[in-house]
Design a protein around this ligand. Sequence first.
Ligand SMILES: Cc1ncc(COP(=O)(O)O)c(C=O)c1O
Length: 473
Amino acid sequence: MAASTDVFSKTRGHEREALVDAAREAGLFPYFRTVESPASPVVEMEGAPRIMLASNNYLGLTGDERVVAGAEEALRRYGTGLTGSRLLNGTTPLHLQLERELAEWMGTEDALVFTTGHQANLGTLGTLLDAGDTVIVDSADHASILDGALLSRAKLRPFRHNRLEKLEKALARAREDGGGTLVVVDGVFSMEGDVAPLLDIAELCAAHGARLMVDEAHGAGVLGANGVGACELLGVADRVDLRMGTFSKSLASCGGFVAGPAEVIDYLRISSRAFLFTASAVPAALGAALAALRIIRSEEGPALLTGVLENARHLAAGLRDIGYRTIAPAPVRIATTPAAAGEPAALSITTPIVPIFVGDDWKAGLLWRMLYDRGVFTNCALHPAVPPGGALLRTSVMATHDDETLDRALEAFALVKRRFEAEHGPLPGPAGEAAHGPLPGPAGEAAHEPLPGPAGEAAHEPLPGPAGEAAAG
Ligand SMILES: Cc1ncc(COP(=O)(O)O)c(C=O)c1O
């Protein structure tokens, strides 16, 4: 009998190992750094204070005393953990209250709370889609959307980031293939920080009889008059069938939700394996999310929403003045304004995410380290989080950053740029800064991740689809 392959063999000598080792040796490994204080505008990290430009705590609510009190109250009342799934023994009045208030906020019939946002995507897509269906995703969608799509075994048709003509083609093909079609896009893309052209996407979905789901992880608690998200801001909430969100960003906690029609949410409640077969979130997480939601929906909410976006504009303008290449958001159409003009307005939308394009992975690591040493913590995004050759430093702001702190960060950015360029050559400058769309990468670059294509590339079983078709159109 032939010797069987050791499944552990892939963990030795894999292609990332050498790179990770070299980066670690050079002190350039930007991941798993330890944060020793709450996620505030300035944090304690590895023995020094650093200006935090890498947090998703957009409204700065993780340290808000009312949110902390919400967590404490839930902890005291329900204990440290629920030790069971929502189905059996893990549903509390807190879950039900949170679901009611989330549905009210989203303006939907119902909402369902999951233990994480990842599970909300996995448990929604993996349950609603069947093998005969098609799921169409933007190549920059979050990994949890891809995971849910793969789990469902529906035919996966990725389209190149924000390329509406590619989406239209995918929709036409899906129609020919039969079965149901669901398009899933991020409302705000997590690395690039741009907003999906949801009005166009909703129109295309309607024209092709497809359902539309929007991931509002980075939009909820940030965009729109009520902070409901990108769908609210673009005036398309009533044209989107399902919206997913997470508590791990503006809602200052951990967990996720999906909001939509009662019959769909009820179906998920009794069928979604990622919901049924995992423990409920700890009560403190639910208490914190509910308290944060109430602050966002209170009279204080608008000032927080305005504050975080003003800070993003301040940082982006400062970085551009210094000569960094930030990625400018392309205008997207808004359905609600101005009614009189007939044609929907197109606006360039600011989000809390301000990405700095670097291009080369190694240069991004070097730049990240120099900033870190000057007391500024950013996130280094390399392939597969971005397209190959599209390395960037992802910076993000909170409503609680003040101008003085952001200006100190900008001084560090200016100093580091001069030193970096003296040692390592020029960084991409603002000239030629294009509207977003696909991040600058090698020509012809399509999907961010090598998305599993229909033929021979599937993770589980071969995904149905015409043989030889490219992974991303
Ligand atoms: C766009 C998007 N969707 C989903 C998720 C998953 O959410 P969570 O971290 O709550 O699991 C994230 C989190 O990183 C995200 O950025």
